[in-house]
Design a protein around this ligand. Structure first.
Ligand SMILES: CC(C)(COP(=O)(O)OP(=O)(O)OC[C@H]1O[C@@H](n2cnc3c(N)ncnc32)[C@H](O)[C@@H]1OP(=O)(O)O)[C@@H](O)C(=O)NCCC(=O)NCCS
Length: 215
């Protein structure tokens, strides 16, 4: 029987951004469809422990590649953390099919490569996924993770999520107020356009000699 470990969903599902992240070299932006191969490459680079906690068990390269194909076909939306054009962390938003009359629901998942963990990137990706979910009209955002995953638990708690534990697994539910508006639609168009510009600038700066890159 699952037990509810925390229920603070009367509070808003947002919080102040982490100042330490602004000191990091990467950029957070949507992963463009032409960059989807980077998602699979990122997953394949995860160390054994991170891959285990991301997928909830040991997962072969072949299974990771098949997972990537399923995700692409399923229309997952990705927010990435890019360092010099390489995807080092990702937040995923999967819309769920729910019967009419039920709350609009989605599932989120996160992964950050070992070298970049513990620096606030997972929290930042969660902020952006929560915002994206709100723009998609999501009311119930679920995050499934192993009960031993202290960082993921902390991220959910920081977003006032309700935690339910069942055996080795935990499910965090972040309840979101409705925010689907013309303004949020426009903001997404702008964010998507900026992602194209950011990726072009990033590529251009990486083509310059190191002394001229300005970082
Ligand atoms: C889980 C994961 C996405 C978190 O990302 P991250 O960038 O490492 O996490 P952050 O640096 O943002 O830290 C998140 C919070 O955990 C806290 N934290 C750090 N180490 C911790 C630990 N060992 N135990 C508990 N909390 C911890 C941080 O202080 C931070 O909380 P705060 O913002 O209140 O200070 C990342 O570690 C990862 O990819 N792990 C492997 C894949 C995975 O487990 N995915 C989750 C399944 S969906």
């Amino acid at each position: 029987m699952p037990s509810v470990a925390l229920a603070r969903n009367a509070r808003p599902a947002t919080r102040q951004p982490l100042p330490r992240v602004s000191l990091l070299p990467g950029q957070v932006r949507p992963v463009l469809s032409g960059e989807f191969h980077q998602y699979v490459e990122h997953m394949l680079r995860l160390d054994a422990q991170s891959r285990l906690t991301r997928f909830g068990g040991p997962t072969s390269d072949e299974v990771v590649r098949r997972h990537g194909e399923r995700m692409r076909a399923g229309g997952v939306e990705l927010i990435g953390y890019f360092v010099e054009g390489v995807l080092r962390g990702v937040g995923e938003l999967h819309m769920l099919d729910v019967p009419a009359g039920q709350p609009v629901s989605a599932e989120a998942a996160f992964s950050v490569e070992r070298e970049w963990q513990g620096k606030g990137i997972g929290s930042l990706l969660m902020d952006r996924i929560v915002s994206l979910a709100q723009d998609r009209g999501v009311e119930d955002l679920a995050i499934i993770f192993l009960a031993t995953n202290g960082r993921m638990q902390r991220i959910v708690v920081n977003h006032y999520g309700e935690l339910t534990r069942a055996e080795d697994e935990m499910i965090g539910h972040v309840h979101l107020p409705r925010r689907q508006s013309a303004m949020s639609f426009i903001r997404h168009l702008v964010t998507a356009s900026l992602a194209v510009v950011d990726s072009a600038i990033d590529l251009q700066s990486r083509m310059l000699p190191p002394a001229e890159r300005g970082n």
